[in-house]
Design a protein around this ligand. Structure first.
Ligand code: HEC
Ligand code: HEC
Ligand code: HEC
Ligand code: HEC
Ligand code: HEC
Ligand code: HEC
Ligand code: HEC
Ligand code: HEC
Ligand code: HEC
Ligand code: HEC
Ligand code: HEC
Ligand code: HEC
Length: 300
């Protein structure tokens, strides 16, 4: 006869002696007997041939007497497990009389991809506080059972971020890590929220920015262009870098984007080269224009 089979046919207290330390047996014995309105432990009969049915039943109010910490945690953070279940919906019976009183999560949670993960308790560390989640591992795959998009972005746009686990940055569930946890800003005084003006965390090398981006943000890496434009007297000095170079980083604009038809076709010819007369955008040659203007005014 298998051990578990034999247990079922033995009266509870005796099983208790076989399974538990004396301390627990005494507690449990006292409880079961008092619930049953039974007599003294000393009066216990020796095992009868056929097992007696104990009338002792544990009620929900009893659990707290011996499991105060679990009940307290459950009351505080049990969330849906507290609101929709009771202890005894999950724990049917109680040792030593009953075995297998620990439920599998899959008894109630099935169907979604998330419920196919292994070892639920590695993240939901305590079933009595199911939303207190511990993320201590290098986790990526499990996140994608609920969040689409981030992994795809990381993979389609390779950067060093693509080599990190989700939990390297998201050390707690729902935590949005500041870039400053791991990086210094390009410019002293730049706020953390400014980083996302140009970078997206899951594709950080795909840089783009709105036309309103201050030119000072480009200066740390393009000091030469910044200085040249700043000392120019042409009206372009009032135009932001990001207005011309919008919106993807490294875009070079054509002049006609903002000056659609500056001159007559006869003046420009079929392949207009604006730079021939105006120089470069960062430092327009106003003097030459002045000379040309003067010449034109003077007549041929
Ligand atoms: C008289 C004290 C007492 C009461 C009342 C009591 N328990 Fe227990 N419980 C114990 C002891 C002692 C153990 C440890 C047994 C062991 O280690 O296997 C235990 C173990 C358990 C276990 C773990 C079983 C396992 O297989 O690991 C569960 C679940 C449990 N109790 C649930 C409950 C619930 C639910 C209630 C209320 C309905 C309750 N208990 C009431 C004393 C009690
Ligand atoms: C959603 C199902 C569920 C509910 C509701 C639930 N439990 Fe549990 N309980 C579990 C699971 C699963 C384990 C096993 C946890 C593990 O293996 O770490 C467990 C373990 C236990 C244990 C043994 C482990 C230990 O930490 O000592 C006790 C005692 C226990 N529960 C008591 C209770 C009590 C009391 C209540 C009500 C206040 C309760 N449980 C409500 C699922 C539940
Ligand atoms: C006896 C059934 C039962 C068992 C066993 C069970 N759960 Fe649940 N669980 C529920 C129910 C019911 C809900 C509420 C679902 C809903 O509202 O849609 C729930 C909700 C949850 C939630 C969300 C809580 C919230 O408030 O949003 C988590 C997380 C969870 N369960 C994890 C687990 C884990 C992990 C296990 C195994 C250790 C487990 N459950 C075992 C029935 C169960
Ligand atoms: C890698 C960590 C991890 C593992 C493993 C894991 N979960 Fe979760 N689970 C989470 C996170 C994170 C949430 C989101 C919690 C939130 O919404 O705050 C969650 C949410 C839930 C929810 C509530 C939301 C929903 O979709 O219903 C349930 C129920 C749940 N998990 C059950 C399980 C079960 C059952 C298992 C095992 C089959 C499991 N989890 C394994 C991390 C994990
Ligand atoms: C069972 C589903 C589930 C799993 C698994 C899960 N999450 Fe979530 N996550 C959610 C839900 C639901 C929210 C809340 C959504 C909201 O507030 O818009 C959330 C929120 C977040 C947020 C905050 C989003 C915001 O807008 O503030 C981050 C970051 C996050 N999860 C990252 C992760 C990471 C990293 C993992 C893997 C360790 C993970 N999640 C696993 C369901 C899940
Ligand atoms: C948990 C740490 C962590 C966080 C948070 C983090 N990063 Fe990174 N990031 C790294 C590491 C590690 C590297 C590779 C080494 C380096 O360049 O410092 C990196 C590299 C980069 C790179 C260069 C990528 C490459 O492949 O060359 C950019 C751009 C970047 N991060 C931007 C950001 C931005 C913007 C944020 C906030 C939205 C951010 N990072 C948040 C860890 C982090
Ligand atoms: C290098 C660090 C880093 C890595 C790796 C990372 N994230 Fe994020 N994640 C962030 C930052 C930073 C934010 C944005 C925070 C903010 O907006 O303040 C973010 C935002 C999120 C959000 C909120 C919604 C959104 O898209 O903005 C979710 C959900 C999320 N991450 C999930 C994931 C998942 C899933 C993975 C793994 C596949 C992952 N993250 C990998 C840094 C990272
Ligand atoms: C005005 C746009 C802009 C802003 C704002 C910005 N970055 Fe960048 N960042 C860039 C560009 C452009 C690169 C270079 C990308 C390349 O090499 O293709 C870069 C590169 C990086 C790199 C890679 C290493 C390096 O220095 O070249 C890191 C890390 C980084 N940025 C972090 C940050 C952080 C953190 C913030 C917020 C404090 C931030 N960035 C704000 C545009 C910006
Ligand atoms: C973190 C440093 C960094 C920041 C900040 C940055 N850039 Fe760049 N930028 C670079 C690097 C690196 C290159 C590539 C240089 C090369 O290929 O020689 C580049 C290239 C460019 C180019 C193309 C150059 C060419 O020769 O084709 C333009 C245009 C440009 N950046 C504009 C900007 C603008 C506008 C800003 C501000 C909104 C900005 N950058 C911010 C680092 C940066
Ligand atoms: C993003 C839009 C934009 C682009 C691209 C652009 N410009 Fe301009 N440009 C302006 C603005 C705005 C002014 C000032 C207009 C005013 O104040 O009347 C200006 C003024 C000028 C002026 C008059 C300068 C002065 O100081 O009086 C010339 C000449 C000029 N642009 C030539 C060019 C040339 C050549 C290019 C290409 C290399 C170019 N622009 C590209 C926006 C642009
Ligand atoms: C009025 C439009 C305009 C403004 C404002 C402007 N650029 Fe440019 N930039 C151009 C054009 C057009 C080119 C291509 C070269 C040319 O024709 O002048 C260029 C070229 C560049 C290049 C490529 C290298 C080079 O010098 O040719 C970089 C880098 C650059 N710009 C950065 C910047 C930065 C940083 C700022 C702000 C300080 C800025 N630009 C402001 C229009 C502009
Ligand atoms: C042959 C020399 C020449 C070429 C090539 C040329 N320009 Fe001009 N541009 C001038 C002269 C001279 C003026 C001054 C007055 C006028 O004729 O409108 C001028 C004026 C301008 C002005 C207006 C300045 C103001 O304050 O009103 C803009 C804008 C301009 N040019 C843009 C362009 C653009 C864009 C191109 C290329 C498509 C271009 N130019 C090609 C000679 C030239």
């Amino acid at each position: 006869m298998a051990l578990s089979d034999r247990r079922r046919h033995l009266p509870p207290i005796i099983i208790g002696k076989a399974r538990f330390a004396t301390k627990y047996v005494v507690i449990l014995t006292g409880l079961l007997l008092s619930l049953a309105g039974g007599g003294q432990a000393a009066d216990l009969p020796s095992p009868p041939a056929s097992p007696p049915k104990t009338t002792a039943t544990l009620t929900l109010n009893d659990c707290v007497k011996c499991h105060p910490a679990i009940v307290a945690a459950y009351k505080k953070d049990g969330v849906a497990h507290r609101d929709k279940l009771t202890c005894q919906v999950c724990h049917v019976g109680h040792p030593p009389r009953d075995t297998d009183v620990i439920p599998l999560c899959s008894r109630c949670h099935q169907g979604a991809p998330h419920f196919k993960l292994h070892n639920c308790l590695r993240c939901h560390t305590n079933p009595h506080t199911p939303l207190k989640i511990t993320l201590t591992h290098d986790i990526t795959h499990a996140c994608t059972t609920c969040h689409n998009g981030q992994l795809e972005q990381l993979q389609a746009n390779r950067s060093i971020h693509s080599t990190l686990a989700c939990t390297a940055c998201h050390i707690k569930h729902g935590y949005r890590p500041p870039c400053f946890n791991c990086h210094k800003p390009h410019l002293e005084g730049m706020a953390n929220k400014t980083c996302q003006l140009c970078h997206r965390p899951h594709m950080p090398l795909v840089v783009s920015f709105p036309p309103s981006t201050p030119s000072e943000y480009c200066a740390p890496c393009h000091a030469k262009e910044y200085a040249l434009l700043a000392k120019s007297h042409a009206k372009h000095r009032n135009v932001r870098c990001a207005q011309c170079h919008a919106t993807k980083h490294k875009t070079i604009p054509v002049c006609q984007k903002c000056h659609p038809a500056p001159h007559s076709e006869s003046m420009l010819g079929p392949k207009p080269n604006c730079g021939k007369c105006h120089g470069i955008a960062h430092d327009l040659r106003l003097d030459k224009i002045d000379i040309l203007l003067d010449k034109r005014r003077a007549g041929p």
